[in-house]
Design a protein around this ligand. Structure first.
Ligand code: ATP
Ligand code: MG
Length: 343
């Protein structure tokens, strides 16, 4: 059994805004084991980033109300003091943010920024920190790292900036790396390379990785487990195989159906999920997906529980029966560009 690193229980995050209260995260629970790759998938505004930011202690503010528990190796982080949080951030759990240009400071050399991160936590000499920085740049695949260490962020390509961000995240040898949309705004080739890099770091360093993305297709090759979020809640969770071959929630069917497939032109999608994601200021009562769900019925005005019905550790939040789902499901398994799992 791998060690449990992170344990999130019934996490709730509410923000008070001028327009009202935003229920950004509404009762999210999950575990992350050492060496595991977990994908959190969902449309814009589903609460993915707020979940990750809250794990890192970054949503604390006077207008935020945070409830539940986030434990790292048994230590509660939600109530940890600033000093403890500072140590956990970086040394235990590192996060790479959505936009590398906002995270890398344009006026400092890339190498100095990484070196500074090392020196802020470890009392290394300038020379030692520089050496470690060059090693890190090499480890994330920056060409000619002993020269590139002295470049400014704007001298890096988009893909290299992503790699530099990952190098910075790795500087203190964390056990968990959270990558929030590591791939949007990058072209697909670079996106694939960054995923390869994360996969390689997972394998070589036994790094546990949480990948946050809109696109289920992006994680198809590297995730062990998938959490599907909708309107601040987990609506389905399971192994990659369970989510791809036996999806239970109509929203997951929609996500799978709208995946681009290698054998179809990008413009020809199986099905798109019509309608808009819910407003988290005034979410619909009951199942948040109800207004967009083609299979909604009267019961759906009550919140369905996240329940395990079809397989070990495969849970979904839907009132339809397993039998009904079998007949309603339009996503044909095996149509989604994965090889069938060994029987
Ligand atoms: N500091 C904040 N104050 C108020 N509302 C916030 C704050 N941070 C996030 N939100 C709101 O919380 C909701 C969830 O946001 P979050 O950033 O987690 O979405 P996401 O799933 O990461 O979306 P995306 O895929 O677009 O990044 C959104 O409605 C967002 O506007
Ligand atoms: Mg986000």
């Amino acid at each position: 059994m791998s060690e449990q690193l992170l344990s999130v229980r019934d996490l709730r995050v509410r923000f008070t805004t001028e327009d009202g209260i935003v229920h950004a995260v509404d009762g999210v629970s999950f575990d992350l084991a050492a060496g595991e790759v977990l994908a959190i998938v969902g449309e814009s505004g589903s609460g993915k980033s707020v979940t990750a930011q809250t794990i890192m202690g970054l949503t604390r503010s006077p207008n935020a109300r945070i409830e539940g528990s986030v434990a790292y190796r048994g230590r509660e982080l939600l109530t940890a003091d600033d000093e403890e949080l500072m140590r956990v951030r970086g040394e235990e759990i590192a996060m790479i943010f959505q936009d590398p240009m906002t995270s890398l400071n344009p006026v400092y050399k890339v190498g100095d920024q990484i070196g500074e991160a090392i020196q802020a936590h470890r009392h290394e000499s300038d020379h030692k920190a520089r050496e470690q920085t060059i090693e890190l740049l090499a480890a994330v695949g920056i060409p000619d790292p002993s020269k590139r260490v002295d470049n400014y962020p704007h001298e890096y390509s988009g893909g290299m900036r992503q790699r530099a961000m990952i190098a910075m995240g790795l500087a203190l040898e964390p056990t968990v790396l959270i990558a929030d949309e590591p791939s949007t705004a990058l072209d697909v080739t670079i996106q694939a390379q960054i995923l390869r890099l994360l996969e390689q770091l997972n394998r070589d360093r036994d790094l546990a990785v949480i990948i946050i993305t809109h696109d289920l297709g992006v994680v198809a090759e590297i995730a062990d487990r998938v959490l599907v979020m909708y309107g601040g809640r987990i609506i389905e969770s399971g192994s990659l195989e369970q989510i791809f071959y036996d999806p239970q929630h109509p929203y997951t069917w929609g996500l799978l159906g709208s995946l681009a497939r290698p054998d179809r032109p990008r413009t020809m999608r199986l099905s798109q999920i019509t309608g808009q994601p819910p407003s988290l200021l005034a979410p619909p009562a009951g199942c948040h997906f109800r207004p967009r769900c083609p299979h909604a019925f009267d019961r759906c005005t009550r919140v369905p529980p996240l329940e395990t019905r079809v397989g070990e550790n495969h849970a979904d939040r839907c009132w339809l029966s397993v039998e009904q789902k079998k007949t309603l499901r339009v996503v044909k398994t095996g149509e989604i560009g994965l090889e069938a799992p060994a029987a």
